[in-house]
Design a protein around this ligand. Structure first.
Ligand code: FWO
Ligand code: ZN
Length: 390
């Protein structure tokens, strides 16, 4: 497959100005000002980029791809994701996870769904485990899962500071983090520990304890839902200033914002104003995860379902509503997660890297086209000047 995008304005995520992009098969072959002077075969697709920005394909590091939920009983288990949900949100790389229910949702099913989505054209990875410690793995060992199963990039989502967590003690958490880390070192993979933070009072304290009492670096953790309430958000800013990553969930419900959740677009804005290093900030969608509401007695009230499309929506809001510069906002869903997950070929628009791109309209910042591994997965309207769009 050959795609030529002419005269497009590039955020790689840094701003690179107007360039031509040549895509050969699944790689970006060339990005530059020179006109591409080769006789393209008739099957080549040429896109006029004059009204478009090109962003790196979006990376969603926390998605319940096989469905999640169940906090209100079996009828509240959420549906598995469809490829269209992913592409519509401009996401070209996704990391699948299990959540509260690690019994009816299995690692085997998670792996199979990730393989299925990969067959359909997107890049997929998974975390081994679920909310619970000890971790339910594929091979019986966290370290072996990380080392031996290519799609396993780490462990998660391990629940802390939450009435639904397995209430692990510090030693259990230290050991699983150490196993993930060493498995990652030996296989040159992230071995990242994706931590689910609930609304409890202990917040990030366990992670800070581990960092202060062991040789494990703070960057081994990727804590998510840090925007879920104002006190966790405040501690999250301090934690990021200690060098830690903080991840904000974009799926939400207006009720949560009334109850104090910090809207993800605003969370980016406030962090930048507070002097948080922009490379420490990420967004993930919690797509297909449940968004359960419990009352103060811990009784289930109702639940919503996360959406992958909320990921870019919050980035777009950050730019259009909160005046966050485009390159800083899209970094949160491209280069930053790519570095945390050690996905060396992802997260940037550069020759030699995977051809994962999102083309958006300059004015509205609406997604016009999504290209994953060099394949046009979605095209809002006829952008291709020639060549057939199968
Ligand atoms: C969050 C996933 C939560 C599942 O706290 O953790 O429940 O297993 O599908 N979702 N439990 C949602 C808040 C951040 C709003 C999950 C869910
Ligand atoms: Zn969670």
């Amino acid at each position: 497959m050959i795609i030529l995008i002419e005269g497009v304005e590039i955020y790689s995520p840094e701003y690179k100005g107007i360039k031509n992009i040549l895509i050969l098969d699944d790689k970006i072959a060339y990005i530059g000002e020179e006109k591409i002077k080769i006789d393209l075969p008739v099957s080549a697709k040429v896109i006029d980029g004059s009204k478009l920005y090109a962003f790196p394909g979006f990376i969603d590091g926390h998605v319940h791809i096989t469905g999640g939920g169940g906090e209100g009983g079996f009828s509240t288990r959420t549906p598995e994701i469809m490829l269209s949900d992913i592409i519509e949100g401009g996401v070209t790389t996704i990391v699948g996870c299990l959540g509260t229910d690690g019994i009816t949702r299995s690692m085997e099913n998670l792996y199979a769904k990730a393989k299925g989505l990969e067959e359909e054209g997107v890049s997929t990875y998974i975390y081994t485990g679920s909310y619970r410690v000890p971790v339910s793995t594929l091979t019986g060992s966290v370290m072996k899962d990380v080392m031996m199963i290519d799609k396993v990039v780490g462990v998660g989502e391990i629940a802390l500071s939450d009435h639904r967590s397995s209430q692990p003690n510090l030693e259990e958490l230290k050991r699983l983090t150490a196993d993930a880390r060493v498995g990652g070192i030996l296989s040159q993979k992230a071995g990242i520990v994706n931590i689910h933070l609930g609304d409890g009072k202990r917040m990030l304290n366990y992670l800070i304890d581990i960092v202060n009492t062991t040789e494990i670096p703070i960057t081994q953790f990727w804590p998510t839902h840090v925007n879920r309430n104002p006190y966790l958000f405040k501690q999250g800013i301090e934690y990021a200033k200690m060098g830690g990553f903080i991840d904000f969930t974009t799926s939400s419900d207006p009720v949560f914002w009334e109850e104090g959740e910090v809207k993800a677009s605003k969370a980016i804005k406030i962090c930048l104003e507070e002097g948080v290093d922009e490379e420490k900030i990420t967004l993930t969608s919690d797509g297909q995860g449940s968004l359960p509401q419990f009352n103060e007695k811990g009784e289930f009230v109702k639940l919503g379902i996360g959406k992958v499309t909320s990921l870019y929506k919050e980035v777009r809001d950050a730019v259009l509503e909160d005046n966050v510069p485009i390159e800083k906002a899209i970094k949160c869903i491209t280069q930053n997660p790519a570095k945390i997950l050690k996905l060396r070929n992802k997260g940037r628009l550069e020759a030699g890297l995977d051809a994962d791109l999102v083309l958006v309209e300059k004015e509205s910042l609406e997604i016009d086209a999504v290209i994953a591994m060099g394949k046009i997965m979605m095209e809002q309207k006829k952008l291709v000047k020639r060549g057939t769009f199968e």
